[in-house]
Ligand binder design. Sequence first.
Ligand code: ADP
Ligand code: MG
Ligand code: MG
Length: 883
Amino acid sequence: MNQTKYVYDLNEGDASLKPLLGGKGANLAEMNRIGVPVPDAFTVTTQACVDTMNNNSEWPEGLREQVEAGLARLEERTGKTLGSVENPLLVSIRSGAVFSMPGMMDTILNLGISDETVGQVAKLADGNERFAWDCYRRFVQMYGEVVEGIEPHVFEDALTEAKEAKGVDNDTDLDAEDLKALTQKFKDLANEALGGHWTTDPKEQLMRAINAVFKSWLNPRAEVYRKSQGISRNLGTAVNVQQMVFGNRGETSATGVCFSRNPSTGEKELYGEFLTNAQGEDVVAGIRTPRDLAEMEAELPEAFHELLATMDKLELHNKDMQDMEFTIEDRKLYMLQTRNGKRTAAAAVKTAVDMVSEGLITKEEALLRINPSDLDALLHDAIDPHETATAIVKGLPASPGAAVGTLSFTADDAAERGKAGEKVILVRYETTPDDIHGVMVAQGVLTAHGGMTSHAAVVARGMGITCVAGAPGIKIDPKAETVTIGGQEYGKGDTLTLNGSTGEVFSGALALVPPKLDENFQQVGEWADAVRRLGVRANAENFEDASKARELGAEGIGLARTEHMFMAADRLPAVRKMILAENEEQRAAALAEILPMQQADFEGIFTAMKGLPVTVRLLDPPLHEFLPNIVDQSVLVKELELTGASEDVLAKERETLAQVKRLHEQNPMLGTRGCRLAMLYPSIPDMQARAIVKAALAVQEREGETVGVEIMIPLVAIAKELEVQRDIVVKAVEEELAAAGKSLDYTVGTMIEIPRAALTANEIAEHADFFSFGTNDLTQTGIGISRDDAEAGFLGHYVEDEVIAKNPFESIDQEGVGQLVQIGVEKGRSTKAELKTGVCGEHGGDPDSIEFFHKVGLNYVSCSPFRVPIARLAAARATLQHG
Ligand code: ADP
Ligand code: MG
Ligand code: MG
């Protein structure tokens, strides 16, 4: 009979089997293969989990038999038997998905301990009774919680009671008798909770434990984490059944976690934490405060040095920074896990650059190592060095960056307020993986407990969220929603500032400054530039943003919007005069007032970008946006009428109201905007073209160099529109040049942001020197969803319920809207083979979209200044991956 193989022994696997064995299982097998000491084990495959999910939670045929056979072989190899009174085998049941999901699923330790075996467990551990009962009570708790779904507080309360009764703080202060009584208590409580149905047969427990791990794949926190990391729920988790080794056999035993390099900074240095006489989650859960790994050298020198050597070996073997878990049982070292370490963006960049110079990896590998989106974190703010405030407390610098926000005391509250756009700091005693939805949207996280490797720290670092962990002496009252720091009470409305790079916490809101980018960062950028085919430009409309973009590596401006130039408070009067003009003469007069202001703006951008191309988009929004809101204006007129304002004032406001009403459209997004407006009021594009030329010539004169001027007509749907607008622009430009007696390099092109434009791109290209895909509007018009309303409304549900894979405004809808881009490029180039094509809009800074634009053959992407480094790297990776 040909049955699916669901169970792999430790020595059957290796790293290449990750999709089947999960990251943990495959890496355990690989460590074993290269001679690193790993407790013996077998792994139940991800396929078994998937088949169970797809089989109404029933195990597929043959799985139980294969687990039994795997267990029998493990018993054979270890010489121990599950449930045996003479030589009991104890195992852990560990989840392990293909992509690491730290702390998101469940683990059960010490399975196999029971009333029958506990005595022998003690005897085999040199008569250490305390140890045996410690294992037993931990087992009852973990099994009770994970498999039987008993509320954790049931056990925690009993443990707290036992400690209080004895007058001690730590569970290590409980002796064998205490733990024995506690175990009994735990069992009673569990039995009570289950109406007497506590399972005692270890083999049955094993089967149920494996099943519970399968189920934990679908628990809410795992779902939230997967969604945030874009991990598919169809992958399932593997389950590792592994012989226990014991870090809780007294002071010559320990358990800990370590990294082969510092995951915050990337520095090659000792980094880790440990606890003696401890087991499993003790270190990461932050129940006891773990100790710095360096202190282990004095107490357990052999194991310590073997650990250092093992770290090096694993890093060299995996050619990447490793995040490891280890246990020392009676001075003997065992490795329990290794994986490529999650790291901050700064550490990712530094380790990649260092590893290239160490000869460990190539430049290309280095580029593929760094997740472009992660660079965002590097580009985050820091506290202004001019701030002189003193910290109110200093915790551990668990995830760098700076965060200012008002306090929130539960993950639910933080999630709600954070999603509503509020800047919150999540304050927790310690964060558990269940808090993930709150952590994700917070500016920062502050905890009273937990170390550098606590779940809060790992998750925050991975997401680039500032975190200060284990702030000493702070008192959190979750009921009252207050935290007391240094005698001062802070509540929900109060603001704190966190420095995740130093661990400092400040009262109030400190000023933040943009980050400095170091030479490693520059190095990666240079490597990326040498590889990529796509050009990278920025969207910017003033000197500061343009300068920033250039500093970050932009090769030009792909989109300078001009409407912001109309919106400034000092300009609105002139703009309104233009709109309210009764005839072309009045309009021309108003435009003449606006022209020098526009020119000054353009000069700013052109100065910042001299020598590079700049695409200026002519006015895009509908005119009523420059007028007061229709409701507000009606109310104002009513009020003036009621309060008996002067006739003059009243007449003016009434006229404005009439104008607002005249311009009002039911669907302004589909109304008189972009070139449609310019078709009605040709004097607007005429003025803008003149302002552009004057600015370019002025910069040429002053700086000896100017920009490549690209004038872009928005919202074209019909070739005729572009033909007309082009004529207006060219005429204005030529007149200005003739008047000045100068010449200038300029081109005229269009946005492609209406499906009709993409579909008739061959006709439009006859009048265009370039296309720039406005994928925001193209998404809006292509899918037919309003970008202003949809995200708060149904689109949010669609993303949540996976009707659509991703928010199409964040990452381009490749199958749908992407086709419009592809058709636009092909048809455009069928008319003009050399047509330059680019993209502006949010997608220009999104790595997945950039990969798509590379494949479609665009010439460049344009994105906001701070996303330029991300785009450079993403473009390089696209070239490496697709040629
Ligand atoms: P997670 O994926 O949440 O890190 P793990 O499966 O790694 O969960 O288990 C958590 C902890 O339990 C490990 O760090 C380790 O300390 C302990 N542990 C797991 N298996 C064993 C084992 N066989 N022997 C001793 N400790 C174990
Ligand atoms: Mg682990
Ligand atoms: Mg647009």
